[in-house]
Structures are given as C-alpha cells and as structure tokens.
Ligand binder design. Sequence first.
Ligand code: GTP
Ligand code: MG
Length: 459
Amino acid sequence: MDSDTIAAIATPPGAGGIGVVKISGPRAISIALPLLHPPKDLHRLQSHHLYYGSIIDPEAKRSLDEVLFSVMRAPNTYTREDVVEIQAHGSRCGLGAILELVLKRGARLADPGEFTKRAFLNGRLDLSRAEAVIDLVNAQTAEGLELAARQLEGHLLESIEAIRAPLEMIRVEVEAAIDFPEDVEDIIRPDVFADTMTREVITPLEELLDHYDEGHVYREGIAATIVGRPNVGKSSLMNRLLQKERAIVTAIPGTTRDFIEETVNIGGVPLRLIDTAGLHDTESDLEAAGIRFTRQQLDEADLVLFMVDCSIPLSGEDVRIYDLVRRRKAILVINKIDLGDGHVVRAIVERLGGLSWVEISALYNQGIEKLKAAIFGEVTHQRGTSDLPSVVPNLRHKLAIERGLTAGREAVEGFRTQRPPELVAVDLKEAVDALGEITGIVTTEEMLDQIFSRFCVGK
Ligand SMILES: Nc1nc2c(ncn2[C@@H]2O[C@H](COP(=O)(O)OP(=O)(O)OP(=O)(O)O)[C@@H](O)[C@H]2O)c(=O)[nH]1
Ligand SMILES: [Mg+2]
C-alpha cells in the first residue's frame, strides 16, 4: 500500500472564485499545519470542520493568501487516509504557490486519478464505482450524469455480485469434486448446475450486454462526421446544430480547410460533430491536406452525415463519396431543399439508394428537428431515455462480460455433456475471474494504470 503523501490542485485550470489544494496521506496534516496561520494545535483541530486562516510561506515569512481549510482524519475520507483541503482564491498562480510549499515540505505531486486509486486500493470503492467517478466528472449530458450516479451508488457492483455469487458456489463444488473423486456423483448434479448457471449467470450476463448496447452512447457519446463535396452546406449545418456561428460559411467552394469539432446534445446523447473540408479532386496542396484529414475523420466516425445539394445535379464527386460511405452507418442529408423540387430529391434518393435520408434547408432552418430525430434513432435504435437501463456497463466491463459469458456457456456445455470436472473447473474459474475484473477483485497493475490514467489530476 502507498504510504507517501500526495498533493494536487483539485480544481480545473483557469481562474475561479475559489480553488482547492488537496493533500492525502499519513503526513497530510503534519505537512499542512505549519503553513497555516494563526498556528493551530494539531490535537485540538476537529476533523471535518472548516477553519479560517492564512497560508504563510515560512521562508519568506509572508502571507500568500487568506484560506479556509479542513482536516479530515482517516478513515472517514475519500481516500481513507488523512486528508487536508485548502480553499484559496482560485488563481492558477496562487494555487501553484501553495502547492509548491506543500511539495517542499515532503508531499509528492499526485498522478492523474491517484486520489481515487487510493480510495479503491483502500477498499472505499470497488473498481466499477471508481470508474463512475470519472464518468461523473466527465458527464456531458443529464442522462450521462444519471448513469454515472447510479453506477456510483453501486448498481453495477450489485448486479455483478449477484451473478458472481452463484457462479462461485458452483465453482467451489466442482473443485470439491476434483478433490474427492470418489464422491463426484454426489457433489455434481450436472443438470441442476447447468440450469442454475443458465438462469443465474448466462441470462443476466446477456441482459447486461443488451444494456450496454442500449445505454453506452448516453455516457460515451458518438462521433458524427459531416462529409460532402464543397459548398453543399456542411458548415451551415454544423452552425445550425450548434445554434451558433462556429464555422465560416461562404458561397465559395473550398471554404473549410481544416476540420472543426464541437459537441452537441442530441436527446441526451453527446454528439461530437465534425465539420470537414469538402471532398473533391484538387490541385491545391492546402485543400488536399484538408481532404486527407477528412478521410481520416471518416474512418474514425461512428456516424456519417453525407450531405448533397439538391439545387444542382448530382456529380461524379457525390457518387464517389457515396461509394466511400454507403456501407457505413450513415444518413443522407439532402440540403438546400428551398431550391430543389420533389423530382430532384427522388432522383437523388434513387441514385444514392440504401441510406436513410432527410431533406433539410440549413439556411432556412427546415427539417433540422427531423434530422436530429434521425440521428437519435440511428445511434440509440429509437430507445428513448425514459427506458434507459439502470445499469449500463462501459466498454471495459462489456469485454469482461463477454469473456465471462463465453466461459460460462462452455461450463454449461461441460455439465450437459458430462465433461470431467477438471475441465469444467477451468471454464468456471475463467468466468469468475472475468467478472472479478469488473469490480476489481481481480486486477493487474496495467489494468489499474489504464483506468486511472483517464482521470484528471486532483481527483
Ligand atoms: N439556398 C440555400 N443555400 C444554402 C443552404 N445551406 C447552405 N447554403 C449556402 O451554400 C453556401 C455554402 O455553404 P457552406 O456551409 O459554406 O458549405 P460547405 O459544404 O461547408 O462548403 P465548403 O466548406 O466549401 O466545403 C453558402 O453560401 C450558404 O449560405 C440552404 O439550405 N439553402
Ligand atoms: Mg465548410
């Protein structure tokens, strides 16, 4: 277990009314107290109370800031260690000076997520709840926030434990049968075990995978790239969806050279919207670079908004782009409907078949709600937030659940075909371990590094 004392600025970069420096570890209190004025008697300080004072630079013997601070004694703290929080005025420079004093007195700068990692290692949170803390900090929509809050309450933990417990019981019995081969027939009742496994392990795991499909976009969001040839109105649509003039719009083809990225909330799904340079053959190096970028964005997109202009005939360029996107999750956006008529639209839809399509006028704000509904339908399969599952695994959980499911199904098959207990035991162990990774009963250093490095410093 870590025994050093760590410190970090816990509030975001930039200026704020207040900012917080957080210190955690066995020496947190002894490091912080000498920096505070008037001097405080360590033994008379009450835990979880707010005190007023100023921060003194002991060398320069001058006050740096007026502060409020609290001492929180282990184990009733976030990390289960002694914690001191110093609230100062929120300038980056002032907070930096306080942090520096704390580090000079022997604290170490915290790594990203290290406070939460300690909360996990000290048993305050299981891994699924520690991950919920990241999600809570990063939530971009009310729905994402709600999912994170439920996970922090321990709903995923409970679901996984409710599956792991019967699985573990069966595993223990199978292990016993290996140890007492003469009693195998008494211990292992293959049909009963297979039925219990199916009912209490396989089915609930399958349900969790369904929940992932239904809910993960609310938390993780999706990337949608607008593509189309120059001048069809991509940037106009971007601005329309953002409800602000973010991208430059002109009547000159080739206006957008770079790609522009912003997040919008579509029915609770954070949609990372990317406006790109128009795709066409070009002589200009600058535009060619933009077009290379666009192709790259296209590869990374979860959803493509393929835009065409119905005020002019389809061109070879439109068709080439169609060939690029037709096999992907894409919506055909027929723009400038204010200038086109029904015949043209029908001809376009016929030529660019197979995609769902929406007619809009980005300029006159027509069809935008329909387009939003189409995007929402495409990424959520029409499931509204009202039936958002209460437990939604993340990608890491999903991969572990899939492994658990494969091994679990093998074990059921093993019981049904009366495989030797040694073989079934291997599958059962694999399944138990896979589920253990979700809550953190089973971990590797690498896995923890990967999870906690997604945090910000100071959390
Ligand atoms: N009539 C009409 N004009 C539109 C509509 N949408 C965009 N335009 C006009 O089409 C021109 C090009 O619009 P942009 O949004 O810059 O097009 P773009 O696809 O981003 O173009 P590039 O960045 O050059 O690839 C501008 O003059 C817009 O005002 C529309 O729905 N109707
Ligand atoms: Mg543009």
